[in-house]
Design a protein around this ligand. Structure first.
Ligand SMILES: O=C(CO)[C@H](O)[C@H](O)COP(=O)(O)O
Ligand SMILES: [Co+2]
Length: 222
């Protein structure tokens, strides 16, 4: 039995000139706000960094789900925890000692998340599950919003869900990339219980209504 779904709209698809308003528009409907931090090094795209997160933190009470697509997360991730992020996710491909970084993040008051990109197998990381709070499976190649959902990534979701269940762990299993009304149920069926949606929420005429729809589709599976 998976816990009730978390819907985490990504502000990557929001209007960056009005971020505070865009986040307030989903208060009451969303569970977390997903913040994509890209450094034009780990991924070939550049978004926002710590000063924006620090300012935005004051604008809303929604928990921040920070997704770090950066090299050297050991250097930068603790700052996001100190800025009040609820969950800080770093990429397995960018981190030499994920257990150590997860401990550092927890000591700084945040949940710790481990992200697995499209071309990375999940198997070597299954033994790390007891040390993290969130596993984020990319259902696209990390770097850009608006890409097509890759259903073949769902095998990884199933593998992680199987291990969470077998070891009775309380780890959130998040999917990120191309999550929309026509894909969310498949991800939920595979065992995901946290869903990032950028384009499907901020590209909709009524973002709060889009979130409610996504939630009911995910709930319909459990
Ligand atoms: O991490 C990401 C990109 O690397 C974003 O969170 C993701 O792309 C969400 O946007 P969309 O729902 O439009 O795919
Ligand atoms: Co993301």
């Amino acid at each position: 039995m998976t816990p009730s779904p978390i819907i985490a709209p990504s502000i990557l698809a929001a209007d960056f000139a009005h971020l505070a308003d865009e986040v307030r528009a989903i208060e009451g409907a969303a569970d977390w706000v997903h913040v994509d931090v890209m450094d034009n090094h780990f991924v070939p795209n550049l978004t926002i960094g710590l000063p924006v997160v620090q300012s935005l933190r004051k604008a809303t009470s929604l928990p921040f789900d920070v997704h770090l697509m950066i090299t050297d997360p050991e250097r930068w991730a603790p700052g996001y925890a100190e800025a009040g992020a609820y969950n800080v996710t770093f990429h397995a491909e960018a981190c030499e000692d994920p257990v150590h970084l997860a401990k550092t993040l927890r000591a700084a008051g945040a949940k710790a998340g481990l992200a697995i990109d499209r071309d990375t197998p999940v198997e070597p990381y299954l033994e790390l599950l007891p040390y993290v709070d969130t596993v984020l499976i990319m259902t696209i190649k990390a770097g850009f919003g608006g890409q097509r959902f890759l259903p073949e990534m769902l095998d990884k979701v199933r593998d992680v869900r199987r291990r969470i269940t077998a070891k009775d762990l309380s780890v959130r299993l998040e999917v990120d990339g191309g999550i929309a009304a026509d894909t969310i149920a498949r991800a939920a069926e595979a065992g995901a219980d946290a869903f990032v949606a950028g384009t499907a929420v901020y590209g909709a005429e009524d973002p709060a209504e889009a979130i409610r729809k996504l939630r009911s589709l995910a709930e319909g599976v459990s």
